[in-house]
Design a binder for this molecule. Structure first.
Ligand code: CO
Length: 236
């Protein structure tokens, strides 16, 4: 049997299992989605978001990429983020990394992977920012584990530094941002970081949303030189 057919058979078995427990399972879950959580995780096959959190369909709005990165020019991630924050109005965004992450591990080598170099470069930048702390750890396994933890914290910061999140924090007081680490060796998730709405950020990343009604434009938030003076309220 072709290996892929096992998945289609698995699907049939899953449908039957769900209907056996609740005949209305699928009609009940076919309505509009209203997930409370956005999940940004690694593409790694060993870290299935719903499975490891016992979440049902409709509960997690999921975006996954290599090494669970939040890159501020990644339109795929940003589109999912904007949709989750503005349309779905999620209360929590979880960046979930995991130990033994191949993306992080390989970013710490000098191997040339071709195209992937460009993605792993963001992880190398995280290493450079924290090199002193990381290089102080002698044990290679502990150093890699710490790098994976630091990477998740940096990605949570990256989320907080988007205008999408900052606007929502200011207007609606949500979402809370979480950094989690999944331990493949035990199955448990560890809470690594949490940024609540209004958390203190590096000032250079803070936006003054002076285009919001009733907001005075401050001197330091005026654009310089030839930049257009009035961004549209919808701009991000
Ligand atoms: Co990974």
């Amino acid at each position: 049997m072709d290996a892929y057919k096992r998945l289609l058979l698995g699907n049939k078995a899953w449908v039957e299992e769900k209907i056996a427990i609740d005949p209305n399972y699928f009609p009940l879950h076919a309505g509009p989605q209203k997930p409370q959580f956005m999940w940004i995780g690694c593409s790694d096959s060993r870290v299935p978001a719903e499975e490891i959190t016992s979440a049902e369909p409709g509960e997690l709005f999921v975006h996954r990429n290599v090494a669970n990165l939040v890159v501020h020019t990644d339109f795929n991630m940003l589109s999912a983020l904007q949709f989750a924050v503005e349309m779905l109005q999620v209360e929590h965004i979880i960046v979930c990394g995991h130990y033994d992450c191949g993306g992080v591990k390989n970013a710490l080598t000098r191997h040339d992977f071709g195209l992937i170099n460009k993605w792993l470069r963001y992880i190398k930048d995280v290493y450079r920012l924290h090199r002193r702390d990381l290089d102080a750890i002698d044990d290679p396994q502990q150093r890699l584990d710490r790098m994976i933890e630091i990477n998740v914290m940096e990605q949570v910061n990256n989320l907080a530094e988007t205008s999408i999140v900052q606007r929502s924090w200011k207007k609606y007081g949500r979402p809370t941002l979480h950094g989690w680490i999944y331990d493949l060796r035990t199955g448990y998730i560890k809470e690594q970081a949490c940024l609540r709405p209004g958390a203190k950020l590096e000032p250079i990343y803070l936006f003054d949303f002076w285009d919001e009604p009733g907001t005075e434009q401050k001197e330091e938030s005026k654009p310089l030189g030839d930049a257009p003076p009035v961004p549209s309220p919808a701009a991000h």
